[in-house]
Design a protein around this ligand. Structure first.
Ligand SMILES: [Zn+2]
Length: 372
């Protein structure tokens, strides 16, 4: 993800900040500055506002770390933890294979939040006794926010932790992973509609525009996330066993590196309508040339420029293998549109994003029909 910046690693897990996080950090800090009573000096309120914000986000990181550490302990790798506008996300790479494991990984996040609420509350009492009222207020706010965080996450609908707990329980009872997933998704969408409806009521009955809009925003986000989680589950299931060789385009012509751009246009692009070609000597991969590489060169130079002058060389390319799992290809592919497929150094074909997307859409579409 390029829309985020790295904060380094914690327990070996990369930690990233999504840009939307800065919006929420500014909002939380500003509202905190006004939350503290006005009889404290402004500088102190700003300083404590920032400090509280940082501790708040540290709480979210600890919540996510709890999920991640338990996932890793159970043999499920965690790619990274990202903080964004709604809090944190642990990118856990696989689903748990047993309901009890899923239950444990899901429930430990809210438990961590509750534990932190307890710690902050204890500190607030101690500090109040020591007559450190401002910092005691700050600790109390952190205790409350951690309780809210735990309760919100325990709502029994996807994609929230409570949704996973709910799915694990249904899964354990029925032994049917798909039914449990579908049910947790339905409940998650129901919760999302309830948030939207609540927001509308607050706007039109109580005339609290900002609070209402905020609820609608959360509802809309939850609805999208529930659907996305469900589709991901379907996709993952439907793609198990599918290999790169199933989506490879074998008919893509290979282009010689010495060819001029003019010849590529006349002999390859115009007759085939293709926009990307593997560049190869014999069948040995040297690079990839795309229509957009070519368009960067002025028309007057097409006669004198060769393919190897402008191609992406092989050492800068991502490469796929025939027997590679399609799921691992999807993870590696990122934003790349074309990946050459290579076997024993020879180019076999190419995987195009468009073909792949059509393949995925068809599979998910069918999967929805096959498992209604
Ligand atoms: Zn969580």
């Amino acid at each position: 993800m390029k829309s985020s910046i790295s904060l380094g690693k914690i327990f070996g897990i990369p930690l990233r900040l999504h840009y939307t996080w800065f919006i929420i950090f500014a909002l939380v800090t500003t509202s905190l500055v006004f939350y503290f009573p006005g009889d404290y000096p402004t500088v102190e309120r700003i300083a404590f506002g920032i400090l509280t914000s940082i501790l708040f986000f540290a709480s979210i990181i600890i919540h996510e770390l709890a999920h991640s550490i338990l996932a890793i302990r159970n043999g499920i790798p965690v790619k990274e933890i990202t903080l964004f506008v709604f809090g944190g996300i642990s990118q856990i790479t696989k689903e748990a294979t047993r309901p009890n494991t899923e239950l444990l990984i899901a429930v430990v996040g809210p438990l961590a939040s509750l534990a932190m609420a307890g710690i902050f509350y204890g500190l607030s009492i101690l500090l109040a006794q020591a007559e450190q009222t401002l910092i005691a207020d700050l600790m109390q706010w952190l205790a409350i926010i951690n309780v809210i965080l735990a309760l919100f996450n325990l709502i029994p609908g996807f994609p929230l932790d409570g949704g996973r707990v709910f799915r694990a329980i249904i899964w354990r009872r029925t032994g049917n992973y798909h039914r449990a997933t579908r049910l947790a998704t339905k409940v998650g969408q129901g919760v999302a509609y309830a948030f939207v409806a609540g927001g509308v009521v607050i706007i039109f009955v109580a005339h609290l525009w900002l609070n209402g809009l905020w609820l609608i925003f959360i509802g809309w986000f939850l609805h999208d996330a529930a659907r996305a989680t469900y589709q991901q589950t379907l996709l993952r299931d439907s793609l198990s066993g599918v290999k790169v060789r199933h989506v490879t385009d074998y008919s893509c012509p290979l282009v010689s590196p010495e060819l001029t751009l003019e010849s590529v246009v006349q002999e390859y692009i115009l007759p085939t309508g293709r926009n990307c070609f593997p560049v190869a000597k014999e069948t040995l991969l040297e690079g990839v040339i795309t229509l957009s590489d070519l368009k960067k060169i002025p028309r007057t130079r097409w006669d004198t420029t060769t393919v190897q002058d402008i191609m992406t060389p092989v050492n800068k390319l991502k490469i796929a293998y025939l027997n590679q799992d399609i799921l691992s290809l999807l993870q590696e592919m990122g934003k790349t549109d074309h990946i050459p497929v290579v076997e024993e150094g020879k180019v076999i074909g190419i995987v195009n994003r468009e073909d792949l997307n059509r393949f995925l859409r068809t599979r998910v579409d069918l999967e929805m029909k096959l498992r209604p």
